[in-house]
Design a protein around this ligand. Structure first.
Ligand SMILES: *Cc1c(COP(=O)(O)O)cnc(C)c1O
Length: 394
């Protein structure tokens, strides 16, 4: 087809890319909510899945279910051919219930309940993570002959939400664990790590990949034919600081992986935030705007959602959400932002105040962007009587 013959409307559609936020904003602005509600755009998750997949090449996407286990997300991802990384019996049940095949589910938590290992094994799940001798013994006892990968601890890499220290084993103990796995009848397949959640720059993976590659090659040299590399999550969402396009990001990571590891038979990637983060927005409301003294420079803005009802990742002000109000054309000023509960820890941003319109007042609607990951799962069942976050998928 010669482009010069295209209809004007087609040219327009090509030259004006659709605003990816339009669907969510349109829905939220035309709907009234009686409590804070996370609205998820399934189309956007699907587009993001394809974008990541295009950059990840032959690596399998195991969606990190803990980021958001909404049934609609799981169903959509099963339809797209995604695999899943589950951390508990309930997450495994959710995956199976929404159509995932056991062979496509990994049990990636390194701290598992024996009964849950037995359950997973009975369901046909064959791939487990471990980072300790005792955990390998548990797996051998309750999932005999299972395949395992060893989670390796990594040093802080520059991620906004680091996942160091608690998970993984130090590099010098990995070989011993591989040998132990074999001794107890398991099949050690490879290694896993997590570079840290919200790693904005793909070049921040370099050090971590160097560390893991050193262990990988040492294990190969010792005769362990490893054939599985699990590169974990870390893929970023947009919270205001520039990040690369997901395909470019994933490709840059995979280029670094191939440069260090060569051809690996099976590569797993476990995006959570990077797959669903931007696909959700929270519809919330301002409950009160006040000044604590007449010369207070910062206003206090209290929302109907806080640390205990979905915004836990504001801890240490690590994740900085962006806000949309109906007064965004007005002059702004600095605000300390807080949640509604009677706990003084329920302050979202104070060290770095948030700029919000000077006219903002109680009753105003406020939309919080990029809330698709780690919000609904972090909402308490009802601390202080505030209900957990409501979730709607469109
Ligand atoms: C939480 C988690 C992920 C997802 O991390 P993101 O940074 O959200 O992509 C992946 N793998 C494991 C083992 C996890 O615990």
């Amino acid at each position: 087809m010669n482009a010069t013959f295209a209809e004007p409307s087609v040219c327009e559609a090509i030259s004006q890319p659709v605003d990816p936020d339009a669907r969510l904003l349109g829905y939220i602005r035309s709907t009234s909510f009686d409590r804070p509600t996370l609205v998820l755009d399934l189309e956007r998750i699907e587009a993001q899945y394809h974008a990541l997949k295009a950059g990840l090449g032959h690596a399998d996407i195991h969606y990190a279910v803990k980021a958001n286990p909404a049934p609609e997300i799981l169903t959509r991802l099963v339809g797209l051919g995604a695999h899943f990384d589950a951390a508990s019996r309930a997450e495994i049940e959710a995956c199976l219930e929404h159509g995932a095949r056991p062979a496509h589910i990994s049990y990636g938590n390194t701290i598992k309940r024996p009964a849950d290992i037995a359950y997973a094994h009975a369901q046909g799940i064959a791939l487990f993570a471990a980072d300790a001798v005792e955990e390998l013994d548990k797996i051998a006892a309750h999932a005999p002959n299972a395949q395992v990968y060893i989670r390796v601890i990594v040093e802080a890499s520059g991620a906004d939400w680091p996942l160091t220290r608690k998970f993984g084993t130090s590099r010098e103990t990995v070989l011993g664990l591989i040998e132990h796995a074999q001794a107890v009848g398991l099949t050690p397949r490879g290694l896993s790590f997590h570079v840290g959640s919200q790693t904005r720059d793909p070049m921040m993976w370099a050090d971590t990949l160097d560390q893991i590659a050193a262990v990988w090659h040492a294990a190969q040299a010792a005769g362990h034919g490893l054939d599985l590399l699990n590169i974990g999550g870390g893929f970023p969402a947009f919270y205001g600081d520039d990040i690369p396009h997901p395909t470019a990001y994933a490709r840059a990571v995979m280029d670094q992986v191939h440069a260090r590891f060569g051809d690996v038979a099976q590569i797993m990637a476990e995006p959570g935030r990077g797959l669903v983060g931007e696909a959700g927005m929270i519809a919330a409301e301002v409950l009160l705007v006040s000044r604590k003294s007449t010369d207070d420079l910062c206003r206090w803005v209290y929302l109907d959602i806080g640390k205990f009802s979905g915004l836990a990742e504001t801890m240490d002000e690590a994740i900085r959400y962006q806000f949309i109000t109906e007064r965004d054309h007005e002059v702004t000023g600095p605000c300390i932002l807080a949640g509604p509960s009677c706990d003084s820890a329920d302050v979202l941003y104070e060290k770095r105040p948030v700029q919000l319109p000077l006219g903002l007042k109680g009753g105003d609607k406020i939309i919080i962007r990029a809330c698709g990951a780690y919000t609904s799962t972090y909402a308490s069942v009802g601390f202080n009587g505030f209900p957990p976050l409501d979730v709607v998928a469109i």
